[in-house]
Ligand binder design. Sequence first.
Ligand SMILES: [Mg+2]
Length: 244
Amino acid sequence: MTVPPNVLKAIFFDIDDTLFSTSVFAEAARRNSVAAMIRAGLRMEAKECFQELSEIIEELGTNYEHHYDKLLGRIPKENYAGVNPAVIVAAGVVAYHETKFKDLKPYPDVVTAFNILSHTGITLGIITAGLQIKQAEKLIRLKLLDYLNPMAIFITDQLGIGKQNIKLYQYACKSLNLSPENCMYVGDNPIYDVDVPNRLGMISVLNRRSGKYLDVDGKTQPQYTIHDMWGLLEILRQDYRLEI
Ligand SMILES: [Mg+2]
């Protein structure tokens, strides 16, 4: 399918498991936290501790702020007798943040693609689900802000609209004075990132690359499926006649 020139005015990207592997990062951060807590005096097998921590995160959500306190609350007190539990918790928190400073990096092809696309006149933006400062922090750490239109960053927590609501995508397109048919959305969740933009008439691109939705199917088909940003560039060359 080749579409008339200049149809594509904006590409919005999801962040987690689209711009970087959230799952690989989260696992590394948890392993480092567990190792640090054990070094700080927690007497527990790393494997068992990782399992307990993963359960807590699953049960209380990734944005809950006291995972490590809850971990200590769920295990026998003898496992940290003689050590101030605050020190163990702090060791876990510090290791988590240090992993963030060191390992929160975009997929290399994301940087290349953003660099190429930033010279095309197409607006690059973000539509992401999560807490506003946490998602904004990811964009800063990923060092992608220079490529993005600062008025094209939309975060569910900030707007009070979830990704399951068509109004989120509507709001993003409208804010840029664009009609949904001229806007593309690239994300990894077949339901929120494909079905919802499809209902609005956006151009949907499913990024089957990493994360927990790899085996999930939505109710509708994405217009395109990619496995990395090279795939996206190819679509833009072939169907949108972009000379990139
Ligand atoms: Mg995602």
